[in-house]
Ligand binder design. Sequence first.
Ligand code: FAD
Length: 404
Amino acid sequence: NDYPFENDVDLPSPTELKKHYDVVIIGGGGHGVATAYYLAKYHGITNVAILEKGYLGGGNTARNTAVIRSNYLTSEGVKFYKESVDMFKGLSNEFDFNIMYSSRGQLTLAHTDSTIRSFRQRTEVNTHFGGKTELIDPQQIKELVPTLNMNPADMPVLAGLWHIDGATARHDAVAWGYAKGATQRGVELHQLTEVTDVIVENGKATGVKTNRGTVSCGCIVQAVAGHSSIVAAMAGIKMPITTYPLQAMVTQPVKPFLDPLVSSSALHCYVQQTGRGEIVFGGGSDPYPLYNTRSTLDLKESLLASAVEMFPFMANLKLMRQWAGITDMTSDYSPIMGLSPVENYYLDAGWGTWGFKSTPICGKSMAELVASGGKVPELIAPFAMDRFDEFRQVNEMGATAASH
Ligand code: FAD
């Protein structure tokens, strides 16, 4: 029996939707359930409904490549992601449920002098905030990853950004762990419950309409990843987001040979081996905006061409699966978190290709925001939506690219 819960008490399923909740969370992905968990655990707020149109963690939480890291570029970004990485380390114990956290380090390759300069900057910023990141030379890279081609696509590997804190975790288990902890404390998780409209009265969010009826509430948290613009529009909010598909793929399992996660922005490719031996490949978003989760031959060919340049022996492996998620990209590659133009309507959005690693800290920060009645925690203040009106972007493009 692969079902992760031993009995119904582990994940009690509610039947009827109540007429009123103190908090409605739209979206039962990692971010939504983590927010509910910390609301219940730290703030004693349990009259909470998570409304999920599909099934628990079936959105991007199920589709990501599980990279966890904090080696970003800006001080705002590094501080935020570092706290998330630290929280991940304790989650299995906290949940009493194994999230398969695997600390293996992440290596990003530099093929040009300008990339080395930006790696130096990232090393300094990361070290300043307590992260473990070093600039390493080709000899050290060869020792870490003996199977790597040091001249892929005729672009010699000149240096590497070695992020010792880089890790992975079982993405589904993170959602399940949070959901278990939240529902055991009294939160209701309603799957197959789609929010179809948001009720706004005198500039204030007061409830939602769903395919199962109308619910009134004290406040709303929107945590719907690739559907942020669509759901926010129901509340009359226009989001500075463009939405692209993002694909990934995985091979048959092979013997363990690759400990670190290895990525090259110049080749638009990252490669990692799972605990089961499969090789996971990911890259950049699709080249045009679209709401669709189809896989394409184009992406498969271009991504695998780069992967084979990095690890030539992989040309003989068989691909088992390819899939996609829908990702909401902001122009500065940072999230949109906090208040919205509608009172009592809180945003956790703009998570693009990088939001799995932030699941714990998002949940904790959004819970703090809700529990305080709208006082924005300092850690997420830089990610306010109005930064786009005031030219206060938190530019993480150089540290996101194909590393996720
Ligand atoms: P989701 O898990 O998508 O949850 C949102 C939920 O909202 C969904 O379940 C959806 O069904 C629900 N919903 C939507 N509309 C409604 C509605 N109207 N009513 C009710 N429910 C609704 N991030 C990393 O940090 N590391 C990575 O390695 C990484 N790799 C990625 C690889 C791929 C291929 C993809 C697609 C993404 C990747 N990401 C990665 C990004 C990461 O997956 C997301 O940022 C993160 O999962 C967002 O979590 P979430 O809980 O906000 O969203």
